[in-house]
Each structure stands twice: as C-alpha cells, then as structure tokens.
Write a protein that binds this ligand. Structure first.
Ligand code: SF4
Length: 504
C-alpha cells in the first residue's frame, strides 16, 4: 500500500458511511463528521435489520476458505491498517476480510478482498467484493463499491475487478443443507462503476470543502431525508418545526413540495381550494370525523367474531426444506374470539423447536377459526400469508379459501369511515389504537413491534439454548401477538360505541 501523504492529513477523514451520507445531504455529511452525538440512535427494529446484514456478511466469508479477518475494530484504525498491510504482503493469504485501506483522506473497510493472482504484495492482483444482504443490486451499492475501488486504486493496490455479492432469492434449500455457492449471487460491476470513478475526485473534493466549513450547511429537511435511508439527524433538524408542520401532511411528496414552494409552512396555512386527497383534507380539518356509513360498515360482522394476527419470520438464510431466502414463514398466530353475548376467548399458537412449523400451525389455526363467523384482520397481510399456505399445502386449499372468504379488514373500514386528529395522518394500528382506545397500548410490553418480534423468535428458535431464556422470549412473543388481536377487538367495540353515540 502506498503511504498516505500529508496533503490530506489536516482534514477530517472521510469514510464510506460519511461519503454515502454526503450523497444524501451535505448537512448529514457535516453532522456525521463533526457532531455525531446529534444523531438519534437506531431503534430496536433498525438494529434487528442491521444484525441480519452482519450475519450475512459473516456467512459470505465461508465462500472464501483460508481467508483471514482483520481483527482490529472500527475504532482501531492504525492497527487495522497495519494488519491489512501485512496480510496483503503475505502470499499464503488467499483473501482478506474487513481489509482497512486509507488513501486521499478516505478510509474504507472492504468486506472481502480476494487475491486472484500473484504471490507478493507488489505483484498481486485482487478482486474487491462488497457483500449485501439485499436480494438485488441497487444504485447505492454501486456508489459504495465505486468509492472503495477508487480508494484501493489510489492506495496502489492492483485490482482485477470489483464485484457485488448479494442474496439469491431463487435458491431453495434442499436436504443437502445450505449451498453457499447458490445462496449468494456474484455480479461483476467493474464496468458499471467506471463512470462513477471519473466523478469521484470532484465529489470528494466537494465533500472536503463542506467538512472544512466552520458551521453545518443550511439544508431544509424534506423528502430527501428519508431516501435512500432514514437520516438519523431527522429529529435534530426538525426540532424547531411547528407541530402542524406542512411536512406532516400525509400523501404525495409532490403535493407537499408544491405547497412548500408557495411558502406554506403549516397545514393550517394551506389555502382553501387547494386540491387535496381525502386523508389530507381530514388532516387539515384536524377534527374527529365519523363517516355516515361507519355504523353500517361495523355491523357487517357475523358472530363469533375472530380477530386474527400472524407473526412471521423472513430468514435471509432459509431454514426449512424447500424454502427460499426471505420467504415469509408464519411462526405464530393469535385469535381473540368475541361471542354475541360479549364473552371473549383467546387462543394462540407459537412454534417451538427448529423444524418447519407451518403444517402444525395451519392445522391448529383452522381448528381455532372453525367455519363460523367473521375473521377480523388489520391489513391484507393475513390474506397473503394464508394464500402462501394454500400454495404450500394444496390438500388444505379448500379450507383456506373458505377462511379467506370470511376475512374482514378493519383497517379498510377505519380508513373509509373514521378519522381522529391523533392519527396524524397514519392509519397504522400503533397510531389508531391510542387515539380510539387510550386505555390500551403497547408500551407495557417487552416486544412492541413486528421486526423485533421476528428477531426474538429467531433467537428463541435457533440461537438460545437456555430454556429459561427461551420461555421468557416465548412469553413476550405471545403477549405481543395477543395485544395485536385484542387491539382489533377493542377498536371494533369502541368504534361501534362511537358510531352508535355521538358519531351518528
Ligand atoms: S435530516 Fe435531512 S436535512 Fe437534516 S441532515 Fe439529515 S438529510 Fe440533511
């Protein structure tokens, strides 16, 4: 590796994450470098997704036998650079994992650096491989690989090519076990990134200029803060915005952008006559609204009314025979049954053990749902999970189709006939429940969201061996899924009361 010159030594160092942040927003780049403490730490759901990416990255290394990991962590830059240098110079090392390379004031860690020819540091050529847990190539991946390629080239490392390795969702697990060669797809992107390499020196120059400013650039928060990723500085950048800030208007970004261009800062300042969607009109009115047809819509249910919710996992590495990466696997359901006399019965199922739970889960579900009554759900997700089960178990298809015909979507009813200002334009059950049934929420639960439930299920089934811990997770999962179905039941009841009282 060429030594890092003095030219960039006085400047704040760029890194891959700062560069990618800088592509999203100049202010993000500045804050990530100079004030990272202003970022909101990732919540549990985000951490669950990040953990999956880490697991895939580690698994991908198994495809490169004999590869050596640079053990020094992300805060041990000097040590990581030294370890990488010695591995590059060691002709017995076929691949390096997490190689640290610094050039032009930019530090990168390369997922996999594979030696493709040569047996010395000077004479070797390498292939750079970026591993992603996603199922397809994205533009951001190419930006990411282009930066790494540029830094390695500037460091004098001979590159034969650059590649992206991602999960192949067409692969199905068979009885021979996980086949890593099929689980991952390798795309050579050497030619695709070539035009980006030409742009990079200027881009990096621009970013360095931003970092040298005495203060963060002024950037108005907007749609760009949410794509391609949620910016962690959103709470910081919007802390002084009014509660009824125009950006809280739900719906098309174009409409909101148009209003902002007219200088409209709050929802209350939207001029009369502005073309808005029905939901936007409701948010602007900021009042509870019960549509005239709400009572009729709620009375469409037949007793006993079942309230059904699935919890699912989508393992990147398939666990069960015949399943594919990221295939949705139901592992749990809850059913609160309300009888006409007001009695309530709760039934549920939680898969245990490491074998495919779907057949038993389905059999128990069909027993619980029986053949009578409406099945209340919240969104179309349960319908799609049932459809996948019908494909998997054709012998139960007729029973499943009969169940699907009884589904009744409370989400659609609320969306069409009711609004409360506390929804803030969102009809997710987490927004609707506290507004309509303030006495019931998720805040007392250990698990409060689907992503965390999926991660905890995975831990319980495949990672934890202590049965006490397994039992604790199982209790938390059952409590969470049961709350979803109880929430539906209480929402139905409360809305019916509203519909029959002051709503009508
Ligand atoms: S929240 Fe938006 S404006 Fe603020 S730093 Fe992030 S991307 Fe930039």
């Amino acid at each position: 590796m060429k030594p890092e010159g003095h030219l960039f030594s006085h400047m704040p160092r760029l890194s891959k994450s700062r560069y990618l942040g800088g592509l999203q927003c100049d202010k993000r780049l500045y804050l990530e470098t100079h004030a990272p403490n202003l970022a909101t730490p990732p919540d549990e759901a985000t951490r669950a997704i990040l953990d999956m990416g880490t697991e895939i990255g580690v698994l991908a290394r198994s495809r490169f036998p004999g590869g050596v990991l640079v053990e020094a962590g992300y805060r041990q830059t000097q040590l990581a650079l030294e370890q990488t240098s010695s591995l590059l110079a060691d002709p017995t090392v076929p691949s390096i994992f997490e190689a640290a390379v610094l050039a032009c004031g930019v530090l990168v860690r390369v997922d996999i650096l594979e030696r493709v020819s040569g047996d010395s540091a000077a004479g070797s050529t390498w292939r750079l491989i970026e591993v992603k847990s996603s199922s397809r190539k994205k533009d951001l991946h190419l930006q990411d690989i282009a930066l790494q390629t540029y830094v390695l080239q500037q460091a004098g490392i001979g590159l034969a090519g650059s590649a992206l390795m991602h999960v192949n969702t067409q692969y199905a697990l068979d009885s021979a076990g996980v086949d890593l060669a099929q689980l991952f797809t390798l795309h050579d992107v050497t030619e695709e990134i070539a035009p980006r390499l030409i742009e990079l020196p200027e881009q990096l120059e621009g970013m360095r200029g931003i970092l040298e400013r005495p203060e963060a650039p002024i950037v108005e928060p907007g749609a760009h803060c949410h794509a391609p990723h949620e910016c962690p500085f959103w709470a910081h950048c919007t802390k002084d915005k009014p509660a009824r800030w125009i950006f809280h208007l739900p719906g098309q970004t174009r409409t909101i952008q148009g209003l902002r261009e007219q200088g409209i800062e709050t929802i209350d300042a939207i001029p009369q006559g502005t073309k808005l969607s029905r939901v936007q009109e409701l948010v602007r009115a900021n009042e509870e609204w019960c549509g005239a047809k709400l009572p009729h819509a709620l009375r469409q249910v037949r007793y006993p009314v079942h309230h059904l919710d699935f919890e699912t996992i989508m393992p990147a590495v398939p666990r069960f025979h015949g399943t594919r990466p990221y295939q949705v696997i139901p592992v749990q359901w809850s059913n609160h049954i309300e009888y006409e006399n007001g009695n309530i019965l709760h039934q549920d199922y939680l898969a245990f053990g490491t074998s495919d739970p779907r057949e038993e889960l389905l059999a128990r579900l069909l027993e619980s749902l029986g053949t009578e009554g409406t099945i209340c759900v919240y969104s179309q997700y349960e319908r799609s999970v049932l459809g996948a089960l019908a494909d998997e178990f054709p012998e139960r298809r007729a029973d499943i189709r009969a169940v699907q015909k009884r589904l009744w979507d409370l989400f659609e009813v609320i969306q069409a006939h009711y609004y409360h200002p506390a929804f803030g334009g969102s009809y997710s059950i987490k927004s609707v429940l506290p507004a309509v049934v303030p006495s019931l929420s998720y805040t007392d639960l250990e698990i409060q969201g689907g992503a965390v439930a999926a991660r905890e299920y995975f831990r319980m089934a495949f990672e934890v061996s202590d049965w006490v811990e397994q039992a604790r997770i199982a209790d938390a999962l059952r409590a969470y899924c049961a709350r979803d179905t109880l929430a539906m039941l209480e929402l139905r009841r409360s809305l019916l009361q509203k519909a029959e009282g002051r709503c009508t």
